[in-house]
Design a protein around this ligand. Sequence first.
Ligand code: PMP
Ligand code: GLN
Length: 382
Amino acid sequence: MSLQTKLPRVGTTIFTVMSQLAAEHGAVNLGQGFPDFPVPQRLVDELDKAMRAGHNQYPPMHGVAPLRQAIAGKVLRCYGAHVNPDTEITVTSGATEALFNAIHAVVRPGEEVIVLDPAYDSYEPAIDLAGAKAVHVALDPQTFAVDWDKVRAAITPKTRLIMVNSPHNPSGAMLGKADLEALTKLLEGTDIFLISDEVYEHIVFDGRVHESILRWPELAKRAFVVSSFGKTYHCTGWKIGYAIAPPALTAEFRKVHQYNTFTSFGPAQYAFAAMLEAEPEHDEELGAFYQAKRDRFREQLLGTKLKPLPVPGGYFQLVDYSAISDLPDIEFVKWLTIEHGVTAIPLSPFYETPPAGQRLARLCFAKNAATLDAAIERLVKL
Ligand code: PMP
Ligand code: GLN
């Protein structure tokens, strides 16, 4: 029996590859993005309570009602958006599932999806499995800003969807008002849908405003807004996310969700509902929490030959390593792990065509001070 792969370009993700290499070599792992500090105690208590209360069977397909109501409350508080928890919010197994469902809900074989490189690695395989084609438009290699003229030029009659991500992984760049205005103009009068990946929505710095698509009704009417509790509550392993979309889009989204996962881990849904109700200030305080980590880490990096790029949002610090090495980025991060005991993520796997000569690596600062100190102790020796 011959098996022809449906995803010839997919191997093991760079996150897994680098985490394994870090473990093998006892390196400080600033690669794969996950916090190494505990989740809020209340969340653990609420999870425990939910399981003991017997919430251990299939939750409703769309997510438990208290959580969908809490999400509606949150987006009203944060973005002034009125969304209906029954017809516009679906809870998913992480943002990854939400992204997959949204793509499959609207994209048909032969159609095109515009993605902005460097793009999060789960987008393209989901597009490929839908029989569609990812059309890559590169962000500015220094600032990671979107060139909307380039996006416009990439639109064809086959374009069904555009995917944006702000704050952006890996760069931390954020879309501003002017971007959203340009995007609104670009999509006016078209049948193009939008996926907005906003998993780092609450991790924003220096008083900047997260321009959620939910603030932009003209865009929201054609959009799936995707987020994840993993980033907001330091629990990437719980894999609970959600998608917000207008009723007609949500109906199609739920058809995919129904036969993809049907529903997601119930006790965690009750725990997040309770947490959102009891500590709504948690998401408002998250920016300051991470900004302190960012600032301390950047200060420490000044003592190394790595040059830190600006970080408007998210929990990743890009560094230019050209003063240390001229190795291409994948070779550089492997060398750094094996020879110097610090693990980073290269950028080239997130591009169709990596910019020539780009010498950047991504370091995750969602870590305890001791972890970052241990990494810096090794990096200053380079
Ligand atoms: N989108 C982006 C930009 C991400 O960085 C991540 C995970 N780090 C995801 C989606 C996936 O989120 P989840 O773990 O909730 O599936
Ligand atoms: N999103 C995480 C990151 O960017 C990794 C998720 C994963 O390992 N699949 O580091």
